[in-house]
Design a protein around this ligand. Structure first.
Ligand SMILES: Cc1cc2nc3c(=O)[nH]c(=O)nc-3n(C[C@H](O)[C@H](O)[C@H](O)COP(=O)(O)OP(=O)(O)OC[C@H]3O[C@@H](n4cnc5c(N)ncnc54)[C@H](O)[C@@H]3O)c2cc1C
Length: 428
């Protein structure tokens, strides 16, 4: 652990989810002295896919293959959407730099510049995303060609059933076969946790065992799909070797949490940040932020009680929404707990949710968040930046329902890039 107490930084990032971590990478590459504070929970990165923009308008459920056309339509229809603050070339630059970082960190992603790609999920649905882990990419090709394919599940691994998946997809992809294999640990094991399974598949002996169980069933298929548990640190090696043993290309299918692709993302950030001079105060929280008379910020850090203080010229709030704690609510109002910033929200509690749980247009509360200026600075009640050097990025931003619009990680990465560009501009 690096002792950051009494140190002064150019930038303090609050929140270590996708937005905070991406911002830390962008800041490090631009030489900003940076500290990041927040707890590491891999489920923040769940799925491992980079959604850029997939659905608009949400009430129609219209799905877009061209994310740029989708963003253009969103910005026209919802002028407050965070993408309205980022020119297209900056979103492209953000993605390019982010994918390059992942590649350098040993976690290559595949994407088509101007198209979303489709892949199947553990639920038997077809998902559209922009950035796809390389380990899942052959599944994009297989789905597009509707190639004969074997889907394999592990008996005892919960939340992934090859039969269920094939049954749900039988109209779109009739060429799916299924196989349920017994445990690679022997007959006595009834329940498998994906995390130790992924670790064990990095051991040659278990890989050989797995290949031996699948091999007799691959004669008439062109691809083999497995849940995303094929190694944590070296998934490409696991997949290449399995593919060689089976003589067929292998692909991973996004599965239920705990998410192995999420863990891989977390590991990629952890490999990069500390050695690139980012001070990492993980497992700690910002308990209180105080603006100083010099225009800086003093932050109180700790687990539950104050342990340290740090100072920074600029602060980036990347604390997420309700799940992450970036927004809080009582029975009447949504609040932002660190700076007490105004939160865009429905006029009263009655309006938070629609009548049905699966309301087509979503729920108004899921568009709550911070409104900002074009530099991602949260606004005060008069519509002016609350502080000159306070910024916000990620899903804490208002006017977007990332789960329904399918823009979670893309929006986080793009707004992180936008804030670092703005901060760099102010500091130069
Ligand atoms: C279950 C699930 C599935 C997902 N699937 C996809 C997907 O398929 N595709 C996709 O593109 N995106 C997906 N996402 C979204 C994506 O992974 C990110 O969650 C999203 O981009 C939002 O990132 P964020 O950093 O803004 O917020 P969050 O991910 O919510 O992170 C906010 C962080 O801030 C921390 N924090 C809050 N308050 C403080 C404080 N006072 N001090 C320090 N830290 C604080 C929280 O602990 C949290 O770690 C999924 C997310 C979840 C949860």
């Amino acid at each position: 652990m690096i002792d950051a107490s009494n140190q002064k930084f150019n930038l303090a990032i609050i929140g270590a989810g996708m937005a905070g971590m991406a911002a830390a990478v962008f800041a490090a590459k631009r030489g900003l002295s940076t500290v990041i504070v927040g707890s590491l929970v891999e489920s923040w990165f769940t799925g491992g896919l980079i959604d850029l923009m997939g659905v608009h308008p949400i009430e129609s459920g219209k799905s877009w293959q061209d994310p740029w056309a989708a963003i253009e339509a969103v910005v026209k229809d919802i002028p407050g959407h965070p993408y309205a603050h980022i020119p297209r070339e900056d979103i492209k630059a953000a993605l390019q730099e982010f994918y390059a970082f992942l590649n350098d960190a040993g976690l290559p992603y595949r994407f088509e510049d101007d198209r979303n790609s489709n892949l199947i999920t553990a639920f038997g649905s077809i998902k559209t995303a922009h950035g796809i882990p390389q380990t899942m990419w052959p599944g994009v090709t297989a789905l597009s060609d509707k190639s004969p394919c074997l889907i394999v599940d592990f008996k005892g691994l919960k939340g992934f059933s090859a039969d269920l998946l094939a049954e749900r997809l039988k109209e779109e992809w009739p060429g799916l076969r299924t196989l349920s294999i017994p445990s690679i640990y022997g007959d006595q094991v009834h329940e498998i946790n994906p995390v130790p399974l992924a670790r064990d598949l990095e051991i040659a002996e278990y890989r050989q065992k797995l290949a031996g169980l699948i091999k007799p069933h691959v004669k008439e298929v062109e691809f083999v799909g497995l849940p995303a548990v094929l190694g944590i640190h070296q998934p490409d090696k696991v997949i290449d070797e399995l593919g060689e043993m089976l003589g067929k290309p292998i692909f991973e299918i996004p599965a239920m949490p705990p998410s192995i692709p999420g863990m891989r993302l977390k590991e990629a950030f952890l490999r990069f940040l500390p050695v690139n001079n980012v001070h990492c105060l993980f497992q700690k929280h910002v308990l209180k932020a105080t603006p100083t008379s010099e225009g800086e910020f003093s932050l109180d850090i700790g687990r539950t009680e104050h342990e340290d203080s740090i100072r920074a010229d600029a602060v980036l709030l990347a604390t997420g929404r309700f799940l992450g704690g970036g927004l809080q609510s009582d029975h009447t109002t949504v609040t932002e707990p660190i700076f007490d910033l105004p939160v865009f929200q429905p006029g009263n509690r009655e309006l938070w949710h629609g009548d049905g749980l699966f309301e087509l247009g979503g729920h108004a509360i899921n568009q709550a968040g911070l409104e900002t200026d074009a530099m991602f600075r949260p606004l005060d009640p008069n519509g002016q930046p609350a502080f000159e050097k306070l910024f916000a990025a990620g899903i804490i931003l208002a006017h977007q329902d990332w789960t329904r619009m399918k823009c979670g990680s893309g929006l986080s990465v793009a707004s992180a890039y936008g804030t670092i560009k703005a901060i760099g501009g102010l500091m130069s």
